[in-house]
Design a protein around this ligand. Structure first.
Ligand SMILES: NC(=O)C1=CN([C@@H]2O[C@H](COP(=O)(O)OP(=O)(O)OC[C@H]3O[C@@H](n4cnc5c(N)ncnc54)[C@H](OP(=O)(O)O)[C@@H]3O)[C@@H](O)[C@H]2O)C=CC1
Ligand SMILES: C[C@H]1O[C@H](OP(=O)(O)OP(=O)(O)OC[C@H]2O[C@@H](n3cnc4c(=O)[nH]c(N)nc43)[C@H](O)[C@@H]2O)[C@@H](O)[C@@H](O)C1=O
Length: 316
């Protein structure tokens, strides 16, 4: 990408999209276009066509999607498969028909089999059964990968797919019904501290392991790949280290300054037992994560205090 290239960031208000915008701006890219979902509903084919025809972006980061934690995925499977199939189909096809030079599709490590050998390599795609709690979302993401590869093969496009591990950072979703574990626990521990609640509920058994990457690291990785990597092969993006949900809860309790008890609600699902990504490919391409989990947690909690606690929560 040149500094004056026209770059469309789809989903620019979200966790990932906002981090991509911050990084592009920091590095001097001046011609970035974006729309909110109210201004441009990416599930609407006509609206997407009109946008691409009028704007003619040269590069596209496809970070708009229907995203949620384990329970949201489990409770609203139709929304997750429909919205994601529609958004990515409309955007990928319009990008091809309007001559976009390069598109980067954000997948997720839930595309790998539930019991894939750990760490999960890119070539474990489609080698086993998916995790049931997010199978519809994962199938939509696999369709997105296959669309990128098929368009490259048939039409000679340059569409790449990346598979980030679980992410967190500014503009994360802190809604307890739909969020991922890390922002949910920041909010739960914070509220428990403020309200002097003796226990905090953590879903599941606490034994599943997850890997967490700060969104600014992810943004740096995807911009690096946009500038340096052309190929059909997926690229995992992660830290290469994971921890159990119990350990994560203890760390967040410490970060927040809560000294009560953690209680596990085993009526809630655990999901995949482990999702550690193999980072061999991205490491050999010349990128590695820089923000340690503890630093990321401190930054995420500070962001929460400055933006969410002050604005939308009335918990005192
Ligand atoms: N969060 C995570 O842990 C992970 C995320 N990913 C992937 O990264 C990508 C971004 O995720 P994340 O940033 O967390 O998600 P967020 O929910 O934070 O942001 C998603 C964005 O998508 C936009 N969007 C949703 N529906 C539509 C629509 N119909 N039309 C237009 N825009 C829409 C929203 O726009 P608006 O705000 O304007 O409504 C929103 O800003 C996704 O593809 C996700 O699968 C991958 C691995 C882990
Ligand atoms: C990114 C990824 O995210 C999802 O998969 P997941 O990793 O299983 O998601 P999660 O972050 O919601 O949970 C991780 C673990 O944490 C436990 N857990 C404890 N307490 C809370 C809690 O309070 N909230 C949540 N959400 N989980 C909790 C929870 O029970 C589980 O064991 C999919 O959307 C998938 O499609 C996807 O791509």
């Amino acid at each position: 990408m040149k500094l004056e290239s026209k770059i469309y960031v789809a989903g620019h208000r979200g966790l990932v999209g906002s981090a991509i915008i911050r990084n592009l701006q920091k590095n001097g890219y001046t011609n970035i276009v974006y729309r909110t979902s109210k201004e441009l509903d990416l599930t609407n084919c006509q609206q997407v066509d009109l946008f691409f025809t009028q704007e003619q972006p040269e590069y596209v980061f496809l970070a708009a999607a229907k995203v949620g934690g384990i329970v949201a995925n489990n409770d609203f499977p139709a929304d997750f498969i429909r919205d994601n199939l529609m958004i990515q189909t409309n955007v990928i096809d319009a990008a091809h028909r309007n001559g976009v030079q390069k598109l980067l599709f954000l997948g997720s490590t839930c595309i790998y089999p539930r019991l894939a050998p750990q760490p999960m390599r890119e070539d474990s795609l489609l080698t086993g059964e998916l995790e049931a709690t997010n199978e519809p979302y994962a199938i939509a993401k696999i369709a997105g990968i296959k669309m990128c590869q098929s368009y490259n093969r048939q039409y000679g496009t340059n569409f790449i797919s990346v598979m980030p591990t679980n992410l967190f950072g500014p503009n994360d979703n802190f809604d307890l019904d739909s969020s991922h574990v890390l922002p949910a626990l920041i909010r739960k521990f914070h509220e428990a501290k403020i309200n002097n609640t003796p226990t905090v509920e953590v879903w599941g058994t606490g034994t599943p392991k997850r890997e967490f990457l700060y969104s600014d690291d992810l943004a740096e990785a995807v911009i690096y790949l946009m500038n340096t990597y052309d190929g059909d092969e997926l690229v995992n993006i992660g830290m290469g280290k994971d921890i159990s949900i119990k350990e994560l809860a203890e760390k967040i309790g410490k970060t927040v300054g809560y000294d009560g008890e953690i209680v596990f609600n085993t009526s809630k699902p655990d999901g995949a037992p482990r999702k550690l990504v193999d980072i061999g490919r991205i490491t050999s391409l010349g990128w590695e994560a820089k923000i340690p989990l503890d630093d990321g947690l401190t930054m995420a909690y500070t962001w929460f205090l400055e933006h969410i606690e002050k604005s939308t929560l009335s918990i005192h």
